[in-house]
Design a protein around this ligand. Sequence first.
Ligand code: G3P
Ligand code: MG
Length: 247
Amino acid sequence: PIDAATWPYPRWIAHRGAGLFAPENTLAAFRLGHAHGYRMFECDVRLSADGVPFLLHDDVLDRTTDGKGGVAGLDWPALSRLDAGSWHSPGFRGEPLASLQAVLSFCEAQDCALNVELKPTPGTEFETGVVVARTLERDWRGRLPPLLSSFRIEALRGAQEGAPALPRALLIERLEPDCVDLALGLGCVAVVAHHALITARFEAWLRSAGLAVLAYTVNDDAEAWRLRQIGVHGLITDRVDHFDPAS
Ligand code: G3P
Ligand code: MG
């Protein structure tokens, strides 16, 4: 089992694949992060209308694909035809949306760890947690178990229902006085907090509850140094070009 005292994951985690210099949440971004030496990736996963887990951050297609409007209602055959690369830069024209299956194959082949953020389309929180957790439990062959995280409590409940043995983390963007109780109640092994929330006191509070502490999204040297001094377990970054993942 995964626990904070023996946290086995790489310290540095590439955000949205490595989604600043390649289109976020596509295999091109994973390849780029890997080329920079990164061996753990965060990505945002939701379900298509026909129940296929795939990577997309937003509830709408407009920002990161050539599609328009809400993603709810579209099935995977339609989604898989979209161009998820041109918005980023011409060199990535035609890069498709990534299915979770394709990401699992990549991570297994490259011996990389994975943090799947459940980013459910509104109204599908619990189902998304169940289906994604079951998919990971059934199909993941990697060395370290995938870490499932979410801001959405119902999605974490779904993950707990679908595959109780897979490690979970509660994502928080504000300081909630009950976040430790909430995380423990959901059987989480970690809290992934907005980096600015993490003080030495906050870290000690979580650590004393047996929870690992990870920070998102850390792109600045001074902030990375501060968090390393505090002793966080993991740092999620966009700047795969800048931070040495071996540091
Ligand atoms: O999982 C950490 C981070 O990705 C959460 O924020 O909006 O980038 O998915 P967001
Ligand atoms: Mg995310």
